[in-house]
Design a protein around this ligand. Structure first.
Ligand code: HEC
Length: 116
């Protein structure tokens, strides 16, 4: 390859990257089924899923009614209110007694936390 061709292919690559960048950098709208459910499914449904016998704390996170239901004074998810959402308090908790998923299981990756 002659040097001028190298420059051209470098330019072409830069243009190509530039056209890709905005799409991936723009904040995507979070979609419950696409973005949230897989995280809960992988990390929470073993104990808060469809299997009634395995379910802990009578909390179901696989259906909206369960996730939004009142549990005493709190609810797992209070739409658009992180501070009132027990789920958020639990996944970000530093207390081994409170944190979800429990320390015996794999912790949530930071990326998943940001999405939640
Ligand atoms: C290994 C089983 C297990 C897994 C996995 C698990 N939990 Fe739990 N969860 C429990 C148990 C047991 C309790 C009840 C004891 C307690 O409150 O700490 C509980 C309680 C909770 C509560 C409080 C419910 C209430 O009424 O106060 C929330 C919210 C919660 N879990 C969210 C989650 C989330 C979100 C995940 C996934 C990121 C998760 N849990 C994964 C076992 C689990």
């Amino acid at each position: 390859m002659t040097p001028i061709r190298l420059v051209w292919s470098g330019l072409a690559a830069a243009v190509w990257l530039a056209t890709l960048a905005p799409a991936s950098a723009a904040p995507r709208k979070i979609d419950f089924n696409r973005d949230i459910r897989p995280i809960l499914s992988d990390n929470c449904y073993a104990c808060h899923g469809p299997d009634e016998k395995a379910r802990k704390a009578k909390l179901r996170l696989d259906v909206a009614e369960g996730a939004l239901a009142k549990h005493g004074s709190s609810a797992a998810i209070v739409p658009r209110d992180l501070k009132k959402s027990e789920l958020w308090a639990r996944v970000t908790s530093k207390e081994t007694n409170d944190v979800m998923p429990p320390p015996s299981t794999a912790p949530l990756a930071a990326r998943k936390l940001r999405i939640l």
